[in-house]
Ligand binder design. Structure first.
Ligand SMILES: Cc1cc2nc3c(=O)[nH]c(=O)nc-3n(C[C@H](O)[C@H](O)[C@H](O)COP(=O)(O)O)c2cc1C
Length: 350
């Protein structure tokens, strides 16, 4: 893929990014937000180890089509082999890979993933450096971090990653301990002053106006939204709440690229949160199957899916020949408890 995400980030305008979201920033949702002004999308976090070892994990966790770019695939990794192998395998089908250094969940930190990596700058440096050396530009290698309590340590970490060859960094301007407190804009500004590489500002961009003020005040190159864009996928095109055209688009997209019922319904629950009156919302949120959801939307808004030509998914032939460490696959993705674990991971205040 030839699109250069770094070049996009250098454009003198606010670059708008859809955040990695476990369960939610999947192909169908990415297709939707790209119709509403989103410049770059991230996949949900994927465990690099499972991706490398299991064809089933690859199939379940990664789908794309030719319009689905620029696309950054986010991995949770803690060994160079896993991150490099996963990156090489997915490289033909995306524009860059990102290392999750921000997941604040206890399991992730205990297992040395996510925010657990913030305390291991040498390891993170190595992960970034090795991928940079193995996959050539314009493919990007980046990291998404949270702040450390000590801003000097955060600056040092980012400078180390810059030297290791990171293409850009995303800063969720909270520490792993922070939940719903306002973001730390001052730290973001300090980081911008001390680094040369492009920075993506993340945290509380819930409308185009708040994204724009984060962009202006932080002087970062781009703004990433998670909860805001989930509630209103048309956020970056200036709509203050989800327009009905966007709900219509979601119905059309998810009938063309079928989504599991839960995913299909959850997205609608988020999208309608601000536009359905409470009593109708309670009913809508309790619906249990696709036909009742479609009936509700037809009766309430007079919309129903337009069946259009199928969107052809990219056939991904992942090259596994370079996978050096053929560990026994531990069935992690087939084990319900670990899947639930991952699913619940970002549910609260991530
Ligand atoms: C449902 C959900 C899933 C998330 N999944 C991920 C993920 O897979 N990787 C990641 O780096 N951050 C993840 N996050 C964190 C967001 O990317 C983002 O950093 C955080 O929500 C702050 O941005 P916001 O204020 O725009 O929501 C998730 C957040 C939510 C709400």
């Amino acid at each position: 893929m030839t699109t250069d995400v770094v070049e996009i980030l250098k454009e003198p305008r606010m670059i708008k990014i859809c955040a990695p979201m476990v369960r939610y920033s999947k192909l169908q949702f990415r297709t939707l937000v790209r119709r509403y002004g989103c410049d770059i999308c991230f996949t949900p976090m994927i465990l690099a180890n499972s991706f490398v070892q299991s064809p089933k994990a690859r199939h379940n966790e990664f789908t794309t089509h030719k319009e689905d770019q620029p696309l950054i695939v986010q991995f949770a990794a803690k060994t160079v082999n896993d991150f490099v192998d996963a990156s090489e395998m997915v490289a033909p089908y995306c524009n860059g890979v990102d290392l999750n250094c921000g997941c604040p969940q206890r399991w992730a930190i205990q297992d040395g993933y996510g925010a657990g990596l913030l305390k291991k700058p040498e390891l993170v440096k190595d992960l970034i450096y090795q991928v940079r050396n193995r996959v050539s530009r314009p493919f990007t290698v980046s990291a998404k971090i949270r702040l450390l309590k000590d801003i000097r340590q955060t600056i040092e970490l980012c400078q180390t990653l810059e030297k290791a060859g990171a293409s850009f960094l995303t800063i969720h301007a909270r520490t792993p301990e922070m939940r719903n407190e306002p973001i730390d804009l001052e730290s973001l500004k300090l980081l911008r002053d001390r680094l040369q590489l492009p920075l993506v500002a993340n945290g509380d961009a819930k409308s185009l106006e708040s994204a724009q003020s984060l962009f202006t005040e932080s002087r970062c190159e781009a703004v990433m939204s998670a909860r805001g864009i989930l509630t209103n996928p048309a956020l970056f095109s200036g709509h203050s709440t989800t327009p009905l055209t966007c709900v219509q688009d979601w119905l059309d997209i998810s009938s063309t690229i079928p989504a599991e019922f839960q995913c299909f319904h959850h997205h609608l629950v988020f999208m309608l949160e601000k536009i359905l009156p409470k009593k109708d919302r309670v009913l809508f949120n309790s619906l249990q199957d696709k036909s009742s959801v479609l009936n509700f939307l037809e009766n309430y808004y007079n919309i129903k899916p337009n069946v259009s030509n199928a969107i052809e998914l990219t056939k991904c032939n992942f090259n596994t020949s370079h996978v050096r460490c053929k560990k026994k696959y531990n069935n992690c993705w087939e084990d319900d408890s670990s899947t639930d674990f991952l699913r619940s991971m970002f549910n609260a205040n991530s």
